[in-house]
Design a protein around this ligand. Sequence first.
Ligand SMILES: NC(=O)c1ccc[n+]([C@@H]2O[C@H](COP(=O)([O-])OP(=O)(O)OC[C@H]3O[C@@H](n4cnc5c(N)ncnc54)[C@H](OP(=O)(O)O)[C@@H]3O)[C@@H](O)[C@H]2O)c1
Length: 406
Amino acid sequence: MTKDLYELGDAPPLGTAPKQMYASLIRQERYGRPVDAFRTEVVDVPPVGPGQVLVKVMAAGVNYNNVWAALGEPLDVIAARQKQGATEDFHIGGSDLSGIVWAVGDGVRLKPGAEVVVLACRWDESAQDIRLGADPVTSSTQRVWGYEENYGSFAQFAVVDEYMCHPKPQRLSWAAASCYMATAATAYRQLFGWEPHTVRPGDPVLIWGGAGGLGSIAIQLVRHVGGIPVAVVSSEERGEFCMRLGAKGWIDRREFDHWGRLPDTTDEEAMKQWLDGARAFGRRFWEVLGERRAPRIVLEHSGADTIPTSIYMADNAGMVVICGGTTGYNGDVDLRFLWMRQKRLQGSHVASAREAREITRLIDQGAIDPCLSRTFGFEEIGLAHQLIHDNQHPSGNMAVLVNATE
Ligand SMILES: NC(=O)c1ccc[n+]([C@@H]2O[C@H](COP(=O)([O-])OP(=O)(O)OC[C@H]3O[C@@H](n4cnc5c(N)ncnc54)[C@H](OP(=O)(O)O)[C@@H]3O)[C@@H](O)[C@H]2O)c1
């Protein structure tokens, strides 16, 4: 006989969905410190529509986006969805998972029992812009599942569209398979998605946050195709971690203090001070690289604090490719560097299904390590996000066990 609710690790027979599930919820009254924002509650399992699958979540990856969700900044994700007509007054985050397809909706090819990982990028396949040929990631209907969209992977079960699923790399544990997709696919698109600025053998690449989720994968990807990754970090321990992943060297950003917004161009003294800082950073880059060349690509996500330096550092006709703004969104650009040296500032967001499949193959082949750093229990989801918030998290990517025990 089936039950309405199963304990974590337990489930109804394959092919059937339970009525309810445990999930880690954020509510508006708990917005604030991530460690206090998440709480386990019981909710109804969402319905499985045509083209969708119900996944029994074995493990979930931890990403920066649900630090933002927990803070309620810069977007109150619950209010934003309610404005669009949603009735839920809670948010279930989590944009990465590994799991087992447990039930399927109409028109689905995947079979119950398939082991999958998920790219948290959802779009409307019937949208006009997609039908007219747009890359679905750039569609006006594209949303990040488990952040902009509710019912993410911090729950016993998750409903995703079939095209979001990719085969789980068989050599990986549930935890390791759950930790990489959001950061790895994003870094992959940043480094290989923006022709002609894709990494070529011999290209120096500057990688902010080299020991972070994006950075740890980016170092390996650049090395994999013969580029020369140079990491920026804030501790020796993180620098050593980057070296083990294949970085040519690392720069300790604590040695510099020219971060943040640019002074006004009419303030010559302040501008000179900023330029002295940026030049010193550039000299350090040459030292680490062992030659006087500028990075052809700069992998950005740190945002306001670092973007002026990134634009300065990129080679003539090089590219700064940015997918986030951890330190703030008002990033200053000295336009002179941009146009005189014909550089490119490129926004990049998540990844396409093809890019997700390609990075998954590289991981499956063992060419790229997902860099699982620490695995948490289901009740520690808030703690994991607090560590990211405080920049105290271990190097690499973190995971949470949901239905899996290891
Ligand atoms: N758009 C997308 O699709 C997408 C996908 C994934 C991530 N993101 C965004 O990208 C950002 C990074 O994500 P992640 O998963 O790599 O996070 P992460 O694991 O926390 O790594 C970020 C790294 O940034 C570095 N950092 C922190 N403050 C900094 C500062 N003031 N200046 C320079 N570096 C600083 C830290 O390294 P050190 O302290 O060692 O320097 C940290 O390890 C987040 O904002 C996230 O939301 C966007």
